[in-house]
Design a protein around this ligand. Structure first.
Ligand code: ARG
Length: 466
């Protein structure tokens, strides 16, 4: 990166050049160059509109557009010389335009300010990121739904308090995760709809005296409409906060999935096998296969939550309209985007290759007395009040603990000693299969319901437009 000190584009009223440290301290080009293509896109729309309105001649606009396209190519080819002395992405590109096409380049900034320019750039950049995140979310959801279908009658223990509670199907568990992601998708879509307005034309804060056409720039950039108020346009960063908030909830979900996968994949549990290519070994213990990908996703959730707090704190005391504080919005936004996109990608790639250890899952479901509630329900169906049934079954479980047997392994005589209401049809409710099959309603864990729920979930994905 070049450190040479050309005269600043805003240097007219200054009698001495900026202190070298201050120049570096106030510069943002080291990170905001990530928005270079959006910046060029915004400038192309602005110049096109200026020519359409007769504020620039057609020749001037053509020369500006050609210059901008040259710059775009230079950046793509990594030939562009970024300069800290030129402060930020906007002035690097504008200065280069003037280097390339001369005085006409100085006309691009007519009726515009970096304040509305940067607000436009971030919205464009973030809109692109949200579209990618929505795509990755859909890919991950497809993987979960496929897994749910494949494992719709695989029985596992369902947990409360991390104690085996009642048997559920593995497919049902996958669809629980899918519901969380469905809401995340909705949150990102909401955020996208609200950010998709064009601030260009707000200029520094008050609008501009040129006869601009804000509708045209909004349309050229694919925004649904221009923003309503010029002061709000240059100062609003709600969309960044909303994005980071939606990303935080999403990362919290991925972190919960990770926690479960790490437990399930452990030598103690052995519920699943994570594919080798998503794990790493230990440099000292040859037997180790560590679940690094879910562990990292769980770990990375923290930085996204932190960025949400950073952005809220950044905005909370800013008077209208633009303040340089806002330059601090970029790094939290960029890092949130990177973290979410990478985490989603890792999950979407990993889930289809998950191996499910059906025998272990079933044994774990049987071992935890997970059909105790089914026995209580059985007694209720025979007329016993639920609280009494709960007491009876509790005693049967105590015998099971003492004799190391599941309820289904006890004889009819033994069971009848707890309640004369028990008959030999009891064994059909004491099996884990009977237990899951009985929960046969919308939202229940019965394999038939899981298959139907998977169909509905898939139909929602198909109906999506983004
Ligand atoms: N680099 C600045 C930012 O990120 C661009 C806007 C600067 N505007 C200004 N009036 N200094 O916010």
């Amino acid at each position: 990166m070049s450190q040479e000190t050309p005269k600043a584009l805003w240097g007219g009223r200054f009698s001495e050049s900026t202190d070298a440290f201050v120049q570096a301290f106030t510069a943002s080009v080291t990170f905001d160059q990530r928005m270079a293509f959006e910046d060029i896109q915004g400038s192309i729309a602005h110049a096109t509109m200026l020519a359409h309105q007769g504020i620039l001649t057609a020749e001037e606009a053509d020369s500006i557009l050609e210059g901008l396209r040259t710059i775009e190519q230079e950046i793509k080819d990594h030939r562009f010389e970024w300069s800290v002395a030129r402060e930020d992405v906007h002035m690097n590109i504008e200065s280069r335009l003037i280097d390339l096409i001369g005085d006409t380049g100085k006309k691009l900034h007519t009726g515009r300010s970096r304040n509305d320019q940067v607000a436009t750039d971030i919205r464009l950049w973030l809109r692109g990121v949200i579209d990618q995140a929505l795509g990755e979310l859909t890919r991950l959801q497809h993987a979960l739904i496929d897994l749910a279908r494949r494992e719709s009658d695989t029985i596992m223990p369902g947990f409360t308090h991390l104690q085996a509670a009642q048997p559920v199907t593995f497919g049902h568990h996958m669809l629980a995760w899918n519901e969380m992601l469905e809401r995340d998708h909705g949150r990102l879509l909401d955020c996208r709809a609200r950010l998709n307005q064009c601030p260009l034309g707000a200029a520094a804060l008050a609008g501009t005296s040129y006869p601009i056409d804000r509708m045209q720039t909004a349309e050229l950039l694919g925004f649904s409409r221009p923003t309503e108020n010029s002061l709000d346009s240059v100062s609003d960063r709600d969309f960044a906060i909303e994005f980071t908030a939606a990303a935080s909830v999403l990362m919290m979900h991925l972190s919960r999935f990770s926690e479960e996968l790490i437990n399930w994949n452990s030598t103690a549990w052995q519920f699943v096998d994570l594919p080798d290519k998503f794990c790493t070994g230990s440099s000292i213990m040859p037997q180790k296969k560590n679940p690094d990908v879910p562990e990292l996703v769980r770990g990375k959730s923290g930085r996204v939550f932190g960025h949400l707090i950073s952005l809220l704190t950044l905005m909370k005391a800013q008077p209208l309209a633009y303040n340089k504080d806002n330059q601090e919005d970029k790094e939290p936004i960029f890092d949130t985007a990177d973290t979410v996109l990478h985490s989603l990608r890792a999950f979407a790639d990993m889930m289809p290759a998950l191996e499910v250890n059906r025998d272990r899952l079933k044994t774990a479901a049987i071992n935890g007395f997970s059909t105790a509630t089914d026995l209580a329900d059985y007694l209720v169906r025979r007329g016993l009040p639920f609280r009494d049934a709960h007491e009876v079954v509790g005693k049967a479980v105590a015998l099971g603990v003492a004799s190391s047997r599941d309820l289904s392994e006890m004889s009819l005589d033994e069971l009848q000693a707890f309640s004369p209401l028990i008959e030999d049809d009891v064994f059909s409710v004491l099996t884990v299969e009977g237990s899951v099959n009985a929960r046969d309603h919308i939202g229940g864990t019965a394999p038939a319901q899981v298959k139907a729920a998977a169909d509905r979930a898939e139909a929602r994905l198909t109906a999506r437009t983004v």
